[in-house]
Design a protein around this ligand. Structure first.
Ligand SMILES: [Zn+2]
Length: 135
């Protein structure tokens, strides 16, 4: 594994790439929230360590969205004299993380394949074909 300093990390996430990488960032958040309560700024530091350069303007709405979706729950707590919003994983979040593990392992495997499966060689069934035959 390449270390952050060797590869020009952390990488800025451009607007065009945001949709792709916020999914990965959400998974990172779930990984850590499974083990401890976390707050935004600390998570930003952790993400920097992993090579993501994102600001609070991206991370805070992302955390709020994850809470809205039921993956995290938060409460305001006093952490070393400062009010912090602390996030914890929910049961729904744990389930999502479990699925993510399987799917990311699968993706990781294919990313490193020299020859990924050829999609154009797959046998396909036309949408609606089987229902036509059923009638
Ligand atoms: Zn991490």
């Amino acid at each position: 594994m390449m270390k952050a300093a060797e590869s020009g990390y952390p990488l800025a996430v451009s607007t065009q790439q945001r949709e792709i990488f916020t999914g990965l960032i959400r998974i990172h958040v779930l990984v850590h929230a499974e083990h401890e309560s976390l707050f935004g700024l600390a998570m930003m530091e952790e993400l920097k360590h992993h090579g993501y350069r994102i600001g609070p303007g991206t991370l805070y709405p992302l955390l709020h969205g994850m809470e809205r979706d039921g993956l995290l729950k938060s409460e305001l707590k006093n952490v070393t004299g400062r009010q912090r919003r602390l996030y914890k994983i929910t049961v729904t979040g744990r389930k999502a993380l479990k699925k993510a593990k399987t799917l990311v392992d699968e993706l990781h495997h294919e990313l490193h394949e020299e020859h990924p499966r050829r999609v154009s060689d797959l046998e396909i069934s036309e949408p609606g074909e089987s229902t036509k035959a059923d009638k």
